[in-house]
Design a binder for this molecule. Structure first.
Ligand SMILES: [Zn+2]
Length: 378
């Protein structure tokens, strides 16, 4: 296998030479397109250090080791257990650990299938990272069993065709929830993943409190604080419900399933999924405070986190300018002017990190559509 050396964050990494052309068909796995996702996660784990007692991390599905190594170098993680089943990847992983001069007492490499490693160990972790190529659902339960009483679970899902699918059955099979192909399907994907984590955790008497969730590129990422407590598990389960969406008038509501929309058409449903906040404002503000110079570079990490803070505590289901415009047969007004009008009418209205042309508002769909209808072009 031809390899090359790259720098990502503070880490130097040996990676397959052709991974920039096609990361999915290489003898060992490394996806350079996930760098931004990893950088945000590194900053989040750094901030989450204050929430847990220790700093021992399990990097499940570690591949060539970019996440675990970066958490060791950049996030204040003291020890990482790398789990990787592919022997060729383990060889590269070990080279990468040596390349970054990680002290012997700070790591362990386990060459095993992740579920076998999780079931076969008694060790408990402060942090568990699950970053699969595809769906993380196969590992969730076993990972939660290996968490300390207060710990952080960080999960990536790249199976967005399933989580955002037009066909519900693959998502129902894997996540026990129906997706809905709406303009805000990536938000639904985050909420379905969170709902799945919260219900798996509740079965094991763990409560789930989302710290930071986001969609970027071809993945959704959820980082949550997990606490062993039947009461907290009960409270988490109470956050699970359905989103009702009307494809005729764009009305959306959350809670129990509703049959008919006020416009007379039938509601479509997504769920069961997480209806609570998908990020914690105070936590994300702490992530922002802890950003280092390199993470500030270019401003993209800050921009994402600030958008997430801005859109927190608004109801599920953001609006997409183009979809609203099409539904009323108009062209979309400039987004900033539109947000200004909504605010002037007494609503909260902000941009969303999910889409550059999307916005989240406390106004009902009818009010938003009215604004588009009455919009006067200068
Ligand atoms: Zn309707």
């Amino acid at each position: 296998m031809k390899t090359m050396k790259i720098v990502e964050g503070e880490a130097s990494l040996i990676v397959p030479k052709d991974c920039f052309k096609d990361p999915f068909h290489q003898p060992v796995f490394f996806n350079p397109r996930m760098e931004f996702n990893r950088t945000v996660s590194v900053a989040a784990v750094r901030a989450a250090r204050a929430l847990v007692g220790g700093a021992v991390l399990l990097d499940g599905l570690s591949g060539t080791g970019p996440r675990g190594i970066r958490y060791l170098l950049e996030s204040g993680v003291e020890k990482a257990v790398f789990v990787e089943a592919n022997p060729d990847a383990v060889k590269v992983l070990e080279k990468n650990i040596a390349l970054n001069k990680i002290a012997k007492k700070r790591f362990e490499v386990v060459e095993k299938d992740l579920n076998a490693a999780l079931v076969g160990s008694e060790e408990r972790f402060d942090f568990i990272e699950i970053d699969p190529f595809g769906s993380p659902v196969f590992y969730l339960e076993n990972a939660i069993r290996r968490l300390k009483k207060t710990a952080v679970l960080s999960v990536t899902a790249t199976d967005l065709s399933c989580l955002c699918g037009a066909e519900p059955s693959p998502c129902v099979r894997k996540y026990g929830a129906a997706p809905l192909k709406t303009e805000y399907c990536h938000e639904i994907a985050v909420r379905i993943l969170l709902g799945k984590i919260a219900s798996a955790a509740a079965m094991l008497d763990f409560g789930t409190a989302p710290l930071l969730s986001f969609y970027q590129g071809h993945a959704v990422k959820v980082i949550a604080l997990m606490e062993k407590s039947a009461e907290k598990a009960d409270a988490s389960v109470n956050n699970i419900g359905f989103v009702n969406h009307c494809f005729n008038c764009l009305a959306r509501s959350a809670g129990k399933t509703e049959g008919k929309c006020a416009c007379g058409k039938k509601f479509s449903h997504a769920g069961p999924l997480w209806l609570g906040e998908t990020s914690d404002t105070g936590f994300v503000e702490n992530v922002l405070k802890g950003l280092n110079k390199r993470e500030e570079d270019g401003g993209k990490v800050r921009q994402l986190l600030e958008l997430i803070v801005g859109e927190n505590c608004l109801p599920p289901g953001f609006f997409e300018s183009g979809t609203v415009a099409k539904s009323v047969g108009k062209t979309a007004p400039p987004l900033e002017e539109l947000l200004g009008k909504l605010r002037a009418a007494g609503h909260r209205a902000v941009r969303t990190h999910y889409s550059p042309t999307g916005f989240r508002a406390s106004a009902p769909a009818g009010k938003v559509r009215d604004l588009f209808v009455r919009w006067k072009r200068r």
